[in-house]
Design a protein. Structure first.
Length: 215
């Protein structure tokens, strides 16, 4: 008898903050969403990425924990993707992110790496990431996905195309939160702002600190 070892869920959240930097990123990537985050729980509380630490300066950033309840981004466009992983992979992902969280002051936002993407030149340096590079690297290094390009060249749109990721929501952050609160069965994903989730534990909205996107 075959046993399905893919028992846990993690999520990739793509957003568009509408900032000037986000518009620049969308201009050269030709993609509608500019920021990527890794979500480790079904309640959407454990959201991690690389982004701004100083709201007034998009170039001062690093490892951040994010929240969907920031009023600044409730009307931002977003898309949520589900990635099914085994319990062992999930445990590795948790340990990896927890170690980064513990050492978060050592990490910096990779502005140079972001520029490198625009010229299709991978630039990597220890402890520096931009948002989608972080998500891609953590997922690949722990066996959750296989990438077709280096993490340092991976954009939010590239993450959306990964075969291991299934789209389950597209709309605004506000709609995502509202539909979680409604917690009713929804039809399969059709590109509209509806959840493909079948239970309350499939998706949720909750927070930590404000959702601080570099894009």
């Amino acid at each position: 008898m075959m046993i399905n070892k893919k028992e846990r869920q993690v999520y990739v959240l793509l957003t568009d903050s509408g900032t000037m930097l986000a518009r620049v990123i969308k201009w050269y990537t030709k993609q509608p969403l500019s920021h990527a985050s890794l979500v480790l729980d079904q309640e959407l509380q454990e959201i991690y990425s690389f982004g701004r630490k100083n709201p007034g300066n998009p170039f001062i950033g690093g490892f951040v924990r994010e929240s969907l309840k920031s009023g600044l981004l409730l009307d931002a466009s977003c898309a949520l993707y589900r990635c099914s992983v085994s319990s062992s992979v999930y445990a590795r992902l948790q340990r990896h992110v927890e170690e980064m969280r513990r050492r978060q002051d050592e990490y910096k936002y990779s502005v140079r790496g972001l520029v490198g993407v625009a010229f299709n030149r991978a630039w990597s340096r220890e402890n520096t990431y931009f948002c989608s590079q972080f998500v891609a690297a953590v997922l690949q290094e722990n066996g959750a996905v296989r990438l077709e390009k280096p993490p340092a060249l991976t954009t939010p749109g590239d993450l959306a195309e990964l075969k291991e990721l299934a789209p389950i929501f597209r709309g605004t952050v506000r709609q995502l939160l509202e539909q979680w609160r409604e917690a009713v069965p929804q039809p399969a994903y059709s590109g509209s702002p509806r959840l493909a989730a079948r239970s309350r534990h499939e998706l949720a909205g909750a927070g930590a600190t404000a959702l601080t996107t570099a894009g």
